[in-house]
Design a protein around this ligand. Structure first.
Ligand code: ARG
Length: 569
């Protein structure tokens, strides 16, 4: 349709206007047709003509044939209405396309999505919830949009705290790695607390803990084995959470900080060689351009601390080098809460300055807001501790448990409630974890969309004899769509590819949640106005085809959000 309007502009006003974008938008009201363009208004200035005059000439010149009809409205808008047959064909195309109209990209990218990334011997908290849910949705959307996604779970599995933990294990006579690897999360947390208390109170213990860090870094076998056992115990917990949440992350995606340990001295050497490294109070730092504190003084990125230990930043620099040099990525997406924005800005700046991050590689920190408790403050337990992911999921399951007999459905609905509530927010916004609201079956919630899907499934199962001949078989499965509610549903369905592209581009999942909600609303209006099973002949077949495409778009769309769509609830 854009091309038709573009041709009309050239016919009327000459080549100077070739390629002008008619900026077609969905009509704001059904009586305005399906699409609107304000082209006449925009051309009025440059042409020095009245908008309605321009509109009339364009309508004269445009050749829409059987595609659509056009009208001039208001101060100079073009209202366009697809023909019922064209809309039917569009649905027919979706019916026979396993990929629902989503094209293969001209230049597929290799994209790292760095997400979840919890810390060993610590429980996952609500911040990790958002990273896990958002990162998983982005990984799914990017893959569906045709990109090659490399998931990376940048586990916090290295650092000085392991000296203390291993020393505590040995002090408690826990020498057997196999037994340590079997510890439950609660036992790991208790161990952490005992170790921390001793570290703070007992200077002798603190000293041996520091020597233990050196032993770990230099690869002492006993120390390494116990460290590995702690990592294994934590990974088992993380795996359990991932499978409960139904996220894609597996063992193969673990990309812990520890694996970069051997590269850290090289990071320092190369920064020194490129003249970027400065010494500051015994630490080795880089002052990237453009980063200053409130007082205007340049801000350092600490690469090696005064005690000789490498920090989080050094690891992230080594990680970028690995992703660029070995994984040959085109784009890296870090899904980490907003408190780390400054860290990533500086790391990216230093990596660019050092020449490790070519301009052709895009790096993005996808930052997100905080999950708040009912009081509107960052979510804490009554005793003031950060809320764990597991307890949030338990709350959600408890809220919906009474509704269903099937425990799998309980889980699917609880996950849908939590994930949809999270993803439907603008990422930057904080949101209140309100289980009652997120698990409601009405309003803009995950469970509401699951019901919309289950309802359309139930209609389809009641018409089991229906088959959908492919367009190539010469049979038209979808006739003309003459009812406004059918048309609106068809237009929504045809918008799936655009929303997938938009999320893959902007990395904002809320476009997809809003789209699916709009689709479910269009489906409801369709049911209210257009009988399906009670209709006959071609009308029935056409409406069933609309139901079938809607079922697939809902199920794929929810799937891209990491939300299961049970056939029955
Ligand atoms: N483990 C970190 C944390 O819990 C998040 C790591 C994010 N990824 C990264 N490449 N730094 O805060």
């Amino acid at each position: 349709m854009s091309a038709h309007l573009q041709n009309a502009v050239v016919t009327c006003f000459g080549d100077a206007y070739a390629g002008i974008d008619p900026e077609l938008r969905p009509a704001t009201r059904p009586e305005f047709g399906h699409l609107q363009s304000n082209l006449p208004l925009r051309l009025a200035g440059p042409l020095g003509l009245a908008p309605r005059e321009i509109g009339a000439r364009l309508l004269d010149a445009v050749h829409l044939g059987d595609l659509a009809t056009a009208e001039l409205a208001g101060a100079g808008f073009l209202n366009l209405t697809w023909s019922p047959a064209v809309l039917g064909e569009a649905v027919g195309d979706l019916l026979t396309d396993p990929h629902l109209g989503v094209p293969t990209p001209a230049a597929p990218q290799r994209v790292v999505v760095d997400y979840s990334s919890p810390n060993v011997a610590k429980q996952m908290h609500v911040g990790h919830l958002r990273s896990t849910v958002i990162g998983d949705a982005l990984a799914r959307v990017l893959a569906y949009a045709g990109h090659e996604v490399v998931r990376q779970n940048h586990l916090g599995d290295w650092g000085t705290q392991f000296g203390m933990l291993v020393e505590e294990l040995l002090g408690e006579d826990l020498h057997d790695p196999a037994a340590v690897a079997d510890l439950e999360m609660s036992e790991l947390l208790a161990l952490y607390q005992r170790a921390k208390a001793r570290f703070d109170d007992d200077p002798g213990f603190a000293g041996s803990a520091r020597r233990r860090v050196v032993a770990l870094q230099s690869g002492d076998p006993t120390t390494l084995a116990l460290w590995q056992a702690l990592v294994d115990a934590s990974m088992a917990e993380f795996d359990a959470t991932y499978s409960r949440l139904g996220v894609l992350l597996t063992r193969d995606d673990f990309d812990g900080e520890s694996r970069y340990n051997p590269q850290l001295p090289g990071v320092v050497d190369d920064l020194r060689a490129s003249g970027l490294l400065t010494e500051s109070a015994g630490a080795l730092v880089v002052y990237p351009d453009g980063f200053t504190g409130r007082d205007g003084a340049p801000l350092p990125l600490i690469v090696r601390k005064a005690d000789g230990g490498f920090g989080y930043a050094a690891t992230d620099l080594a990680t970028i080098r690995h992703r660029v040099d070995d994984l040959a990525v085109d784009r890296v997406v870090y899904v980490v809460d907003h408190r780390q924005s400054h860290h990533f800005d500086m790391v990216f700046a230093v990596a660019r300055a050092a020449g490790w991050l070519p301009d052709s590689v895009e790096v993005q920190h996808i930052s997100f807001g905080t999950v708040l408790g009912p009081d509107g403050r960052p979510f804490k337990t009554r005793s003031g501790e950060t809320v764990t992911l597991t307890s949030l999921l338990d709350d959600a399951e408890e809220a919906v448990a009474a509704r269903y007999d099937n425990p799998e459905v309980v889980r699917a609905v609880a996950n849908a409630a939590v994930k949809y509530a999270d993803l439907s927010n603008h990422l930057a916004r904080d949101y209140v974890f309100d289980v009652a609201r997120m698990s409601a079956t009405t309003g803009e919630t995950g469970p509401y969309l699951q019901y919309a899907h289950a309802r359309v499934c139930s209609i389809l199962t009641r018409a089991p004899q229906q088959t959908y001949p492919s367009t190539s078989s010469g049979h038209r499965a979808v006739g003309s769509l003459s009812h406004a509610a059918e048309q609106r549903l068809a237009l929504e369905l045809a918008g799936f590819a655009a929303v997938v592209a938009k999320v893959a581009d902007t990395l904002e999942p809320h476009h997809l949640t809003a789209y699916l909600y709009g689709l479910a609303t269009a489906l409801t209006t369709f049911y209210e106005n257009c009988p399906v099973l009670k209709a006959d002949g071609e009308v029935r077949q056409t409406r069933l085809a609309l139901c079938e495409v809607t079922r697939r778009v809902l199920s794929e769309g929810l799937g891209l959000l990491g939300i299961e769509a049970p056939q029955r609830m």
